[in-house]
Design a protein around this ligand. Structure first.
Ligand SMILES: [Zn+2]
Ligand SMILES: [Zn+2]
Length: 93
């Protein structure tokens, strides 16, 4: 597993401080990083996450996955290992 995954705004580097700053379209307010951007009330999966300007962030509205620093490398390793398995020569009959 990844050891150096860090969460920060992909635009300004603001790090979420654990506060409940995100509001779903259903009205629920929570810390979106505790649920990977899924609303715990209505179960909608939010693809994008906004930065929080009044807590020191900016006005970015970026894909949730982009907030995870260090995750890309781990994902790439996983994809490469899968590709290596796929690239095994297939014996034809
Ligand atoms: Zn909701
Ligand atoms: Zn930001």
């Amino acid at each position: 597993m990844a050891s150096e995954v860090k969460i920060e705004c992909p635009k300004c580097g603001w790090e979420p401080d654990g506060g409940a700053y995100w509001q779903c379209t259903c009205g629920h307010v929570w810390d979106t990083f505790t649920t990977a951007a899924r609303c715990p009330k209505c179960n909608i999966q939010h693809e994008r996450t906004s930065c929080i300007p009044w807590r020191g962030g900016c006005t970015a509205f970026e894909p949730h996955i982009d907030w995870y620093k260090g995750l890309d490398e781990w994902v790439r390793e996983q994809i490469e290992s899968v590709n290596q398995q796929i690239e095994q020569p297939v014996t034809e009959t």
